[in-house]
Write a protein that binds this ligand. Structure first.
Ligand code: SF4
Ligand code: SF4
Length: 323
């Protein structure tokens, strides 16, 4: 699955934002053209890849967001939209009228939720998110980026019950961007984060919600008991590190947001998504030769040698080597 940025404009300014480089460097008027949507759709079909994620910035800000999403659905793609849920009433009405005619198996929203108590939002923002969740709850998976060790998930459990959200919670470990000042979880705090997540097990179980861990979690920081519980709730876990493959409106491509300022290429240089993935896997391997993982132990770790843990995120290794 590739991630296609419809626009680099956003409606929020999250303290952990790992897309800061791209948001800052891009011309806000740079939005995806129809020509490039069609190019990407053809490119993915040719690659036998039928799942696409739409993101931004805030993808629903694109004036043709609904038409482009319908086009991709009509071409048979499973579409995942990463959104803040913050949009105009008119745009929300369009989503409700057109996109919700497709079942959640074809289109899904991942709503990136901030805790209103811990990440203060401008007046009216939470109400907008509520309007989105009221309209599209059954199509929506809650997403949460962890950027502080005292994070609270209580509000997400409340939203799941109140708005009938899908019973999976995407949990991202906020990542550092080299030479940027975003907030993220330092490697020495990862254990605290895992323990705190595990502390929510009763609430996950009560709602039958599945904790879905994103990239960059280190396998060795989980106890066997924790590993067993996460496996029982959500199945096999991924301790890998991308590449995610993000494609910008101008067809620049890179491994993932935190690595966007190294080895950015153009999608036009590649023949298939598999070629793009192979290119960035080689790049990750090269970085790993100098810095095998986030911990000293990673270099000789059997889990790393067997490919069962990437040794945390490459983004953490790069950040550590920055002045
Ligand atoms: S590779 Fe590194 S982070 Fe992963 S389990 Fe081994 S020591 Fe831990
Ligand atoms: S470098 Fe790896 S861990 Fe960090 S954001 Fe990218 S894919 Fe995730």
């Amino acid at each position: 699955m590739a991630n296609l940025l419809l626009t680099t404009r956003c409606v929020r300014s999250c303290p952990y934002c790992f897309a800061k480089n791209e948001m800052a460097e891009s011309d806000p008027s740079d939005i995806l053209s129809w020509e490039n949507v069609i190019y990407v759709a053809d490119f993915l079909v040719r690659s036998n890849d039928h799942h696409i994620a739409l993101l931004g910035g805030e993808p629903t800000l694109h004036p043709q967001f609904v038409d482009m999403t319908l086009y991709l659905l009509e071409r048979g793609f499973h579409v995942t939209v990463f959104t803040s849920g913050i949009m105009s009433d008119e745009r929300l009405e369009q989503l409700g009228s057109y996109l919700s005619t497709f079942p959640p198996e074809r289109i899904q929203f991942v709503c990136n939720l901030n805790n209103p108590d811990q990440t203060p939002a401008p007046k009216g923002e939470t109400e907008k998110v509520f309007r989105f969740l009221t309209a599209l709850g059954p199509w929506t998976t809650p997403g949460f980026n962890i950027y502080r060790t005292d994070f609270s998930l209580d509000f997400i459990f409340d939203y799941i019950a109140r708005f009938g959200l899908q019973g999976q919670v995407r949990l991202g470990l906020s990542s550092p961007i080299a030479n940027q000042d975003n907030l993220y979880i330092k490697k020495e705090d990862m254990k605290k984060v895992i323990d705190r997540l595990y502390g929510y097990r009763n609430r996950f179980e009560k709602l039958r919600a599945r904790p879905s861990l994103d990239c960059g979690f280190p396998l060795c920081y989980f106890t066997d008991e924790q590993l067993g519980w996460f496996y029982r709730m959500a199945g096999p876990m991924n301790f890998g590190c991308g590449p995610a493959i993000d494609i910008k409106p101008n067809m620049d491509v890179y491994s993932c947001f935190p690595l966007s300022n190294i080895h950015k290429r153009s999608l036009f240089e590649f023949n298939s998504i598999q070629e793009v993935v192979a290119f960035y896997l080689t790049l990750h391997d090269r970085i790993r030769q100098d810095s095998p993982g986030v911990f000293e132990e990673c270099a000789a770790c059997i889990f790393r040698n067997e490919g069962r843990c990437a040794g945390g995120g490459v983004c953490h290794s790069i950040e550590a080597s920055c002045p």
